[in-house]
Design a binder for this molecule. Structure first.
Ligand code: PSU
Ligand code: MN
Length: 305
């Protein structure tokens, strides 16, 4: 079921850093062709920082760890025609031999199977606004509570209820680390008004933290919040009207379940005329670079134990 690219197998055997990357961001998070261009740039950012990229997806029912250019292009062109695959969707996609784009949750599962522990993405799923009635809470949060993979993200988009998302993570025992920040970032912006649990200032400090957590057999992941670079950040006033409008439209259209996050992501890009897309690309590259540096630091820290 699991196919790991030879370069990645080699890196794992020789204790070289490998970074897991998701594929729903390619199919459902960005339009073509920027999605394919970004996926390739993210892989390059991982390499430039000394690690091997492992983009994860399901192709013809096979759990693939490491994609080639043809796979990434196929997924990017098919876009939302590919099944968005979270934990509950995995057995269907695999048993029916379909193509699946993996969410943060499904990517974590496959990363753990392959022996990877650091994963870079843009933003995670979370508790949706209005969740007290809809009960719409992303499976990403439960996954962080049970699967031993650290996820580097630029926080969570304000399409979500950020305070409730942080409450839920606390309930699931998922630590939220701020990389060089005290405030939990909100994807396009460096602020959210919410605090992180603890601040760590170097990749080595984060590496030591992760090794300690897993040595103590504290099951589950860690969310590492890496704010968008200042030069790419958008002012709250610039992005919030688009978010408010997208959320309202989703309500009026009765969009729910797995369709709501892709709908909101797509509408925000349209409503900001591509401005949000550029910010989105910059923050992912920034996360890929940090993840690679953490993975490299983990190998050094492990030797010190
Ligand atoms: N949030 C983003 N960009 C994304 C996603 C979320 O800012 O691309 C994607 C990720 O793949 C995430 C998924 O795991 O959406 C969450 O979907 P849901 O809310 O249906 O669990
Ligand atoms: Mn949902």
């Amino acid at each position: 079921m699991l196919r790991i690219q030879p370069e990645i197998q080699h890196a794992l055997r020789h204790q070289k850093p490998v970074i897991a990357l998701e594929s729903t961001i390619i199919t459902h998070g960005m339009p073509y062709p920027q999605n394919v261009e970004t996926a390739l740039k993210v892989e390059k950012a991982v390499r430039d920082n000394g690690a091997v990229p492992a983009t994860i997806a399901i192709v013809g029912g096979v759990l693939r760890v490491g994609l080639d250019l043809d796979d990434i292009t196929l997924l990017g062109q098919a876009g939302q025609g590919v099944l968005k695959t979270s934990r509950r969707d995995l057995p269907y996609v695999v048993s029916r031999k379909k193509n699946g784009a993996t969410t943060v949750a499904a990517t974590m599962i496959i990363a753990e199977m392959a022996g990877l522990s650091i994963f870079a993405t843009g933003g995670i799923g979370g508790v949706h606004r209005g969740a007290t009635a809809s009960m719409d809470i992303s499976a990403d949060l439960q996954e962080l509570g049970r699967t031993n993979v650290a996820v580097v993200s630029a926080g969570a988009k304000a399409i979500l209820d950020i305070p409730l998302t942080l409450e839920y993570l606390e309930t699931m025992g998922v630590p939220v680390i701020g990389y060089k920040c005290d405030e939990f970032p909100s994807f396009y912006s460096r602020e959210s008004g919410q605090k992180v649990d603890c601040r760590l200032n170097t990749p080595s400090e984060i590496a030591a933290y992760l090794l300690t957590k897993w040595q103590m057999k504290l099951e589950g992941g860690v969310l590492i919040a890496n704010p968008i670079p200042k030069r790419a950040a958008m002012a709250y006033e610039a992005i919030n009207p688009a978010i408010e409008q997208a959320v309202e439209e989703a309500g009026l259209k009765g969009i729910k379940g797995k369709d709501i996050t892709p709908f909101l992501l797509g509408r925000i890009v349209e409503l900001t005329g591509g401005k949000s897309l550029e910010a989105n690309i910059q923050l992912i590259l920034n996360n890929a670079a940090l993840a690679a540096r953490i993975a490299a630091a983990m190998i050094i820290e492990k030797d010190n134990l």
